[in-house]
Ligand binder design. Structure first.
Ligand SMILES: [Zn+2]
Length: 315
């Protein structure tokens, strides 16, 4: 009896050890037998659900309502990344995810920036010579990412990401390849339609400068002929220096900016100070980095378009 028990225990221990050391297996299915897709943060979760549909089980790594840039992963999440069929992420947004992918899922991860042409990072805080996204204390982890990672705010590029994601899922789960490719085409078409609305909606405007909280809107600005002036380029949480604030206020006055944009997940204090200094209003422009309170990626993007049209005096 005791010998049997000890054998069972040994067996259980061996199984547990095997599970822990089977690094990069990358083909585990979820409890319901569907391929598991780990999406790093909201827009990637949305696009994974659109393209994967009912054939996959999508889990977001970033909790709704939290700022994704500072994400720390639990041991459980690292294990989920290791076991996932596909990890959908954007290198350079979340150092913890980049590290987990490099260590445990390099063969089963899709970095969405590889699908499109990136733009260089535009750090607003040029005094520190650092660009892109940084995090106090972990900033060095991002130093090797020289591009702007906010690709999802350009619907046209995001449409290309949908198509490539369809290819990735088809490769990972060939039994449902046709369904993935079909949903990818539908999603890409919806994003292309959104791009058309942006093009039309922002074609004739009085203003072209957008003063934003963190530098999330570089792709949007580039695509639709706008100029982004961000208060804190590097990290949404970084307090800008008085020098930087004075610079932004000056540029905003020169360009007759009517609206200083804030974000839902960042304190509006700095934007309010700036708006007062410039004689402008404040409005929320959503970087869509986390799930919107209501609606989805598409409705949040349309809300942004209306906010921009009002602020820029578009006809
Ligand atoms: Zn951001």
């Amino acid at each position: 009896m005791s010998r049997t028990r000890s054998l069972i225990l040994t067996g259980a221990l061996l199984t547990a050890t095997a599970a822990v050391t089977a690094c990069g297996a990358g083909n585990a299915a979820t409890g319901d037998g569907k391929p598991a897709v780990m999406a790093a943060f909201y827009p990637l979760q949305w696009i994974s659900q659109q393209v994967g549909g009912a054939d996959v089980s999508v889990t977001g790594l970033t909790k709704p309502g939290t700022e994704p840039h500072d994400l720390e992963l639990t041991a459980r999440q690292v294990a989920d990344i290791q076991d996932a069929t596909l990890v959908v992420y954007i290198k350079g947004v979340q150092p913890a995810v980049d590290e987990a992918v490099d260590g445990h899922a390099s063969d089963s991860a899709f970095d969405a920036t590889t699908a499109i042409s990136t733009l260089p990072a535009t750090g607003a805080d040029e005094g520190h010579g650092e660009q892109g996204h940084g995090e106090q204390g972990h900033g060095d982890d991002h130093a090797d990412v020289s591009y702007d990672p906010h690709i999802w705010l350009d619907p046209s590029r995001f449409a290309t990401v949908a198509t490539r994601l369809g290819d990735q899922l088809a490769k990972a789960d060939p039994a449902h390849a046709a369904a993935y490719k079909q949903r990818a085409a539908t999603t890409a078409a919806a994003l292309t339609a959104l791009d058309g609305e942006y093009r039309k909606g922002l074609a004739t405007c009085t203003g072209h400068a957008i003063v934003t909280s963190h530098a999330a809107f570089g792709y949007l600005a580039n695509r639709y002929g706008l100029e982004q002036i961000s208060v804190s380029g590097i990290d949404p949480e970084t307090e800008p220096s008085p020098t930087r604030l004075a610079e932004v206020a000056n540029v905003a006055k020169q360009k007759n900016v009517t609206t200083i944009f804030t974000e839902e997940l960042v304190s509006p204090k700095v934007a309010e100070i700036l708006a007062k200094e410039v004689g402008a209003k404040t409005a929320v422009l959503n970087p869509i980095e986390s799930a919107p309170g209501d609606g989805d990626y598409l409705s949040a993007a349309r809300r942004n378009l209306e906010t921009l049209r009002t602020a820029l005096g578009c006809s």
